[in-house]
Design a protein around this ligand. Structure first.
Ligand code: UD1
Length: 371
């Protein structure tokens, strides 16, 4: 990197925004050292999947918006690559920073690398070993071609060593998403979101579902919805519905069935602050998200992950997370176990302390020529 290096930060989908915000803020503390550009690929585009996060996280407007939208994996990945390649040619950044594991992450990493632009991957090294997950492909490809790999946990370092990635490219820095969480936690003290849903702190569950493995197969999805409706008789369930799940609920005619259950509280996707409030005060978090497993861990709220595996094993090791698959019976018994209150004490993983972005920027400063 040259001095006053030009850094392009990429965000595309909802789980990227809370990772990019602390990085951008930290980099902009050093205007003589770094010129930053925020690029939004437009993989997520609905106001409640994107704009609300810019507002809640106080992110500046993106410098460039690629507007790629939805599509098949090949279409979406290709559209991002074509659009981002043009940006790279026009703006010639010294470093492209990508975060997470969505299609935009991999697409921008490939486009930049083929133009011989250095790539840094934040949240490197996570592995589910499940090749049916598009994210696993995105993770492996992005890590393989990245010049700098910033990892959130020791298991991620070990995965990268095993894959033969040179140790001098790997930096254990902690979890950047937790920087956003800890910065915004004080704003959730008022509990407004709970009043809106008519729920009490400690006496409801938060539910999110969007993995194709849970949502796209009608039988699996119906099974999960049925067990949620049943459990909502014991504990209200707040469900901000992802667009993928909304489509399936409508297709299967399940909206009416859910509406007839008083305990099920469906809503459109909610913003960052509302979601943080809902998660912080929940008795249990039911999810198939990656990020939510980590947020639950730091919030000290038990998490039940409705997947066959997790790329975030540290959340299990510290006692926060149980990976239970997607069969109604196992989901039901996991929720009952949490409600009985016999779970382990939850610990916070190393370096999930709100200072990850600062550590990353320190490393970038150290690596800048002439520093
Ligand atoms: C994507 C990521 C996933 C991440 C998730 C968070 C990939 C492969 N997947 O999954 O890793 O956990 O985001 O939400 O990158 N849609 C809208 N409005 C939007 C965005 C999407 O209606 O603003 C609908 C579209 O119909 C689209 C569907 O949701 O076809 C799925 O969107 P897509 O970005 O393809 O995947 P996600 O399931 O959101």
């Amino acid at each position: 990197m040259t001095r006053a290096g030009k850094i392009a930060l990429v965000a595309g989908a909802r789980p990227n925004f809370m990772k990019v915000a602390p990085l951008l803020r930290e980099l902009r503390k050093y205007p003589k050292m770094f010129r930053t550009r925020l690029i939004h690929t437009g993989q997520h585009y609905d106001a409640e999947m994107s704009d609300v996060f810019f507002r809640d996280l106080e992110l500046p407007r993106p410098d460039r918006v690629l507007g790629v939208g939805s599509g098949s994996h090949a279409e979406q990945t290709a559209k991002v690559m074509v659009a981002f390649e043009k940006i790279c040619v026009e703006e010639r950044p010294d470093l492209v920073v990508v975060v997470g594991d969505v299609n935009s992450t991999m697409a921008c990493a490939i486009a930049a690398k083929k133009l011989c632009i250095a790539v840094a991957h934040v949240e490197a090294g996570l592995r589910s070993w499940d090749w049916t997950m598009p994210e696993e492909i995105n993770r492996v490809v992005t890590d393989r071609i990245s010049d700098l790999l910033f990892t959130p946990s020791h298991d991620a370092n070990e995965n990268l060593f095993r894959e033969g990635i040179s140790v001098d490219r790997i930096y254990f820095v902690g979890n950047v998403m937790i920087d956003s969480l800890l910065a915004h936690l004080p704003k959730t003290d008022s509990h407004d979101a709970l009043q809106r849903f008519g729920i009490e702190a400690g006496n409801y569950a938060t539910l999110t579902l969007h993995r194709p493995s849970n949502v796209d197969d009608p039988e699996v999805f119906r099974g999960i919805v049925d067990v949620m409706v049943e459990l909502s008789g014991e504990l209200p369930i707040v469900w901000p519905v992802h667009p993928r799940s909304r489509k399936m609920l409508e297709r299967l005619g399940l909206i009416q069935r859910i509406a007839s259950s008083r305990g099920m509280k469906l809503t459109d996707p909610v913003g960052y602050s509302d979601m943080l409030t809902l998660n912080r005060c929940a008795r249990v978090i039911l999810t198939d998200s990656g990020g939510l497993q980590e947020e639950a861990t730091v919030l000290g709220v038990p998490c039940i992950t409705m997947r066959q595996n997790t790329e975030r094993p540290v959340t299990i090791e510290v006692g926060a997370n149980r990976v239970v698959g997607n069969h109604p019976a196992t989901i039901r018994s996991a929720v009952h176990a949490v409600l009985k209150g016999n779970g382990p004490t939850i610990r916070i993983p190393e370096l999930w302390d709100g200072k990850t972005a600062a550590r990353i920027v320190d490393i970038l400063i150290r690596l800048s020529p002439g520093s």
